[in-house]
Design a protein around this ligand. Structure first.
Ligand code: PRX
Length: 667
């Protein structure tokens, strides 16, 4: 036994030492391809797309049509017009047909380290087909929305692929959202079918899901919308099937229904511009935005970025800590890696459970070549000490990825030196739910000279521009700082917001005419490398979760005792940003710990646990201008104790408010 282990370690080392030539071996190669991609996007993307299966081919010329300038008419983008395809076919059938059916598709570990499962490409194709057949049997058709509220089990990406197979539009709702938030999303997209699970253990904590779905469905019914079917997976641990609330007229056990379905389901061939999925994300108003992605363009964006940024090749082992409830889990866990034929390692539990070595043992166990995670998780792991990664043999790693927020230098160096043994390039991918796939990153090539904290260079077809926020003019010098916009179009960009094209145009295309406005601030250095400086709007990023301050404010003001609330993001050592709320109560004498808890519980109920403010700062009044606008700049300084740098407060309606708030800090 021991000898076998030694042998397997030697094999790992031998495999790891056979390094491959980088995909873009020289800077000149990247430059030439980049130039081509921006000068002739139609030709470039047409060629990129030809590596995928199209049932009907799109024409070489005339497949790309777009307008992103609101002055010229409605914003619209179409790629691969005339082509038909199916992403589930490209993710699954294509590999089975190529003789890779027995290759592992997903390697999953659950909450306990002993919960392990591997699924091959053929098995996943069968599971996806059964699910797709079941959905069709309950009346789901092309274009219908399906809500997916599942924990990180293999059935989650399978459910997404099953929707994609029949042209249903999935809306995955992160398992941390509350019943109110699930109901809001069901109502917005009118999803008649919900896929969920009994519940799940997260570390030592049970998280119940089916009762939340029941509540959400009841809330939707009150608003006049009836969900017709709920498919429920029994996940052992948190909530036994026997104690799961059940409505036999509506609810179906996954384990009863799905195995009875046929494992064969022909894919529905979809037009490139048909909808593939919706994903709700936060903006600067209280109402989440249903970002719409399409079939063809999204597929090419996901597949091509996986190929070039992570050098994914069939048979590689790719480990991603993202949850499918967010865009990273869509593009770089469910879809992109399968488009490249790799084996994906996923974790269904808490990354630091049972201890700080869990992820590193997984990387060793499955010989991960690439590891993709978020800075917030790196910061919590590095805090646990170097001994954890050092206890594992991480010699299989070749590329390390980062996403979701700017990575601070300390975390970058720890990732590079301790995790990657100074051997692995760090691919810090900047992108957004709306962009569908990574837009900028240091390429994993020796010539890149990646700088810690920089999102590197634009990906093919991406034209970042830095605009002067005051004038809206493009700053053309190489070294520049301002707001980040993107010129032109790329295949995986969002096409609209569900049910609100006007909001789509006004949020992204109206602020700076002719450009897509990202909402991020950015600096470009003298070498042309990009540095994201954070959001310039009222969106904050807490542990990689994107939250609109207005959403939290509206949840707080729904509380009967809250008269007014102002929410800001403050720097946080692990989470990146933390939610800091100033709250004005109706009647000042209720400023108690019980009230504070009541307000926090209310946010938990309306949005979910991840949106609960870290701090509630009592504010008998808020600093406002004479026209009634809350001065958030002033609140930020008060929250961080920098009141000496308040700046110009001459426009304050009541200057005494500032003093009062300073006195109440920490109370
Ligand atoms: O502010 C940027 C930040 O996350 C925002 C997008 O959030 P979301 O749509 O939830 O997607 C997150 C995963 C792609 C961006 O506007 N962001 C994302 N990646 C980075 C980043 N900031 C700096 N560096 C990154 N690599």
């Amino acid at each position: 036994m021991q000898r076998l282990e030694v042998l397997s370690r030697q094999l790992t080392a031998a495999q790891a030492s056979e390094d491959r030539a980088p995909l873009l071996a020289t800077r000149a190669e990247y430059d030439a391809m980049y130039r081509r991609s921006v000068e002739d996007p139609e030709g470039f993307w047409g060629e990129m797309a030809s590596g995928y299966h199209w049932q009907e081919k799109f024409p070489a010329r005339g497949h790309l049509q777009y307008n992103t300038d609101v002055r010229r008419g409605p914003v619209s983008v179409q790629f691969f017009r005339g082509g038909t395809t199916n992403i589930s076919y490209n993710c699954l059938d294509r590999w089975v047909a190529a003789g890779r059916g027995d290759q592992t598709c997903f390697i999953w570990e659950g909450n306990e380290e002993s919960d392990r499962r591997t699924v091959t490409y053929r098995q996943l194709l069968e599971e996806v087909s059964r699910l797709a057949n079941w959905m069709q049997s309950v009346g789901v058709k092309k274009g219908d929305a399906v809500t997916i509220y599942l924990p990180m089990v293999v059935e989650l990406p399978a459910a997404m692929l099953a929707c994609a197979r029949i042209g249903a539009v999935h809306s995955v709702v992160f398992g941390g959202f509350s019943a109110d938030a699930v109901a809001q999303r069901i109502l917005d997209c009118k999803g008649k079918v919900v896929l969920t699970a009994t519940g799940v253990m997260r570390g030592a904590k049970p998280v119940l899901l089916k009762p939340i779905v029941d509540e959400a469905v009841a809330l939707a019914a009150k608003q006049g919308f009836n969900v017709s079917s709920v498919l429920c997976l029994e996940v052992p641990g948190a909530l036994p099937a026997s104690r799961t609330p059940w409505n036999p007229a509506r609810d179906v056990w996954w384990g009863d229904a799905i195995p009875k379905m046929s494992p064969v389901c022909p894919p529905v061939w979809l037009a490139a511009e048909d909808r593939s999925f919706l994903l709700y994300t936060s903006g600067s108003t209280g109402k989440p935005k249903g970002v719409v992605h399409t079939v063809g363009g999204y597929m090419i964006g996901a597949g091509v970025t996986c190929r070039y940024l992570f050098d994914m090749r069939p048979g590689d082992i790719f480990m991603n800590t993202a949850d499918c409830g967010w865009i990273t889990g869509h593009t770089y866990l469910a879809y992109g890696p399968l488009l490249c034929g790799v084996s994906v390692v996923m974790l269904g539990g808490v990354p630091t459970y049972p201890d700080g070595g869990r992820l590193w043992r997984m990387a060793e166990r499955y010989k991960a070549r690439t590891f993709y995670t978020a800075p917030t998780l790196l910061r919590s792991l590095l805090q646990l000490g170097d001994a954890w990664p050092r206890q594992s043999d991480l010699s299989s790693l070749r590329i390390l990825g980062s996403v979701g927020e700017p990575i601070n230098e300390h975390a970058w160096h720890w990732y590079h030196e301790v995790v990657g043994d100074s051997r692995c390039p760090i691919v810090d991918t900047w992108w957004q739910t709306e962009t569908g796939s990574a837009m900028m990153a240091p390429l994993p090539a020796p010539w890149m000279n990646a700088k810690p904290g920089s999102a590197g260079l634009p990906f093919f077809g991406v034209c970042p521009v830095i605009l002067d926020p005051a004038t809206g003019n493009e700053i053309v010098s190489t070294a520049a700082e301002g707001v980040l916009a993107l010129r032109g179009v790329w295949p995986s960009m969002a096409r609209t917001l569900h049910g609100d094209h006007e909001r789509f145009e006004s949020v992204y295309f109206a602020p700076y005419k002719g450009y897509y406005f990202t909402g991020d601030g950015c600096r470009r250095d003298a070498d042309g490398h990009y540095w994201i400086t954070g959001r310039v709007d009222d969106v904050i990023n807490v542990s990689g979760h994107r939250i609109g301050t207005a959403e939290v404010e509206s949840a707080l003001t729904e509380h009967a005792d809250c008269a007014e609330a102002a929410v800001i993001g403050v720097e946080h050592g692990i989470k990146g940003q933390a939610i800091y709320a100033f709250v004005t109560l109706r009647g000042h004498d209720h400023q108690t710990e019980a009230m504070r808890k009541g307000l926090m519980d209310h946010v938990r109920k309306v949005i979910g646990p991840f949106a609960v403010p870290e701090v509630i700062h009592w504010a008998p009044a808020l600093p406002k201008t004479r026209s009634g606008k809350i001065m958030r700049r002033v609140l930020r300084k008060i929250a961080t104790g920098e009141e000496k740098e308040l700046g110009d407060v001459s426009t304050l309606a009541e200057p005494g408010v500032v003093e009062m708030l300073i006195k109440l800090r920490g109370k």
